[in-house]
Unconditional design. Structure first.
Length: 271
C-alpha cells in the first residue's frame, strides 16, 4: 500500500506519519520529494525507526515495488509542492491520498485532492489564510552540517525565536549537533505549547566536526533572515573550543572506563 500525505505547515502531518509507522508491523518505506537539501523529517524517521527504508531522489522506481500487502510506503509531500508536478507519479502508483488539516478548514484544494482528511493541529484561522496564500509566507532554511553548537546559546536563540524576536513564526523545526556529541531535534508550532529538544537515536560524534546532516527550516512572516543566520552562526563553536570540550569528554570517559562515544552517561553539556 502507498499513502501520499500532505498538509499545511504545522498541521502535524509528519507526526501523523510517525504515529502510523509506530503502529504497523509491516515493512515501511518513506519518500519525501523536494526535501533532500533539508532532510529533517527523513533524519528523524531514520532515528526513531531504523528499520524504515528512506528513499532518496533517484530511487523513485523503488516505489513501484511496494504494492505488496505486507508493506506500506509513505510519501510525504511538502506543503509548497506543486501537486500538478507529481500527479502523474501518484496516478501511476494508485496512492491512497491523505490530507492532515486543521479542524476548522474545509473546501480547500487539498480537501478535494484527498481520499481521506485527518484532523490535525488547531491553527489560528488567520494563519491558515496565510498558508493558503503561499506567496505571503517567508521560508528560511539553513544547513548546519559540520557546525557544532553551544547548547546554552542554542536554547537562548530558540526561546527568542519562538517568542517572535525574529518575526512571526508559524512553524520551525531543526536538527542541531551540540558539543557533547548529540544530535538534537527541535520543533515549534504556533498556538501549541513549546517542546523540549529531543536527542536523536544516533551515535555520539565526539571527534572533530560532525559530517551528518544538521539544519533548520523556519516558516513565518516578516522573518529577519539575516539576523537569524548571524545568531545561529554565533551559536557555533570555534575549532579550538570544539577540541577543548571533546578532550574533556574523552578524559571523562577514560576515567570512568567507558568506550569513546558511549551514550549512557553523556548529558547535554551547558557551558
Amino acid at each position: 500500500m502507498i499513502i501520499a500525505v500532505i498538509g499545511t505547515p504545522g498541521s502535524g502531518k509528519s507526526n501523523w506519519i510517525r504515529e502510523q509507522i509506530a503502529k504497523t508491523k509491516k515493512t515501511v518505506r518513506y519518500f519525501s520529494p523536494q526535501t533532500e537539501s533539508i532532510p529533517i523529517d527523513a533524519t528523524l524517521i531514520e532515528s526513531d525507526f531504523p528499520s524504515v527504508q528512506v528513499l532518496s531522489i533517484g530511487q523513485e522506481h523503488e516505489l513501484f515495488a511496494t504494492s505488496a500487502t505486507d508493506s506500506v510506503t509513505y510519501i510525504e509531500l511538502p506543503w509548497y509542492l506543486d501537486l500538478l508536478t507529481i500527479e502523474p507519479l501518484l496516478q501511476q502508483l494508485n496512492c491512497h491520498r491523505v490530507a492532515v488539516m486543521p479542524p476548522q478548514t474545509n473546501n480547500t484544494g487539498w480537501h478535494a485532492w484527498a481520499d481521506e482528511v485527518i484532523p490535525g493541529n488547531d491553527l489560528e484561522k488567520e494563519r491558515i489564510l496565510d498558508i493558503s496564500a503561499k506567496n505571503s509566507l517567508d521560508i528560511h532554511r539553513g544547513i548546519l552540517t559540520g557546525g557544532v553548537l553551544d547548547f546554552t546559546s542554542l536554547e537562548v536563540f530558540w526561546s527568542e525565536l519562538i517568542q517572535g524576536a525574529y518575526g512571526n513564526i508559524i512553524r520551525v523545526k531543526g536538527i542541531f549537533d551540540v558539543i557533547d556529541g548529540q544530535s538534537l531535534y527541535g520543533e515549534f508550532v504556533e498556538n501549541l505549547p513549546p517542546k523540549e529538544f529531543k536527542p536523536l537515536n544516533l551515535p555520539l560524534w565526539v571527534t572533530g566536526r560532525s559530517q551528518r546532516f544538521s539544519g533548520f527550516e523556519i516558516i513565518g512572516r516578516n522573518l529577519a533572515q539575516a539576523e537569524i543566520s548571524q545568531t545561529v552562526k554565533d551559536c557555533c563553536l570555534s575549532e579550538s573550543a570544539i577540541a577543548y570540550y571533546q578532550r574533556q569528554i574523552e578524559e571523562e570517559e577514560a576515567s570512568a572506563g567507558k568506550l569513546p562515544g558511549c551514550p549512557a552517561s553523556i548529558a547535554i553539556m551547558k557551558h
